[in-house]
Design a protein around this ligand. Structure first.
Ligand SMILES: [Zn+2]
Length: 80
């Protein structure tokens, strides 16, 4: 199963949160092994998520970061 960058980026947040099914997960990992561009996206989002988890106590900021995350993915899709 081969995924396009746009397909990977569409479910990248779920992937980072480990909310994708095992089939999609392995397809994404397969794509990431070959695509440094998507790998960079995963890294950015993982870092964002880690940051959010460190600020667990602040819900407002968590919402803000999630919105930011979506914007990153949107900007990125615009380039493809
Ligand atoms: Zn890609």
């Amino acid at each position: 199963m081969t995924m396009k960058c746009s397909e990977v980026l569409a479910c990248i947040s779920e992937y980072v949160d480990k909310e994708v099914c095992p089939d999609s997960c392995s397809a994404i990992e397969e794509h990431l092994a070959k695509c440094s561009h998507c790998r960079a996206q995963v890294q950015t989002i993982t870092q964002t998520v880690t940051l959010v988890r460190r600020m667990k106590n602040c819900c407002a900021q968590k919402d803000m970061v999630i919105r930011l995350q979506r914007r990153i993915v949107r900007i990125d899709r615009g380039k493809l």
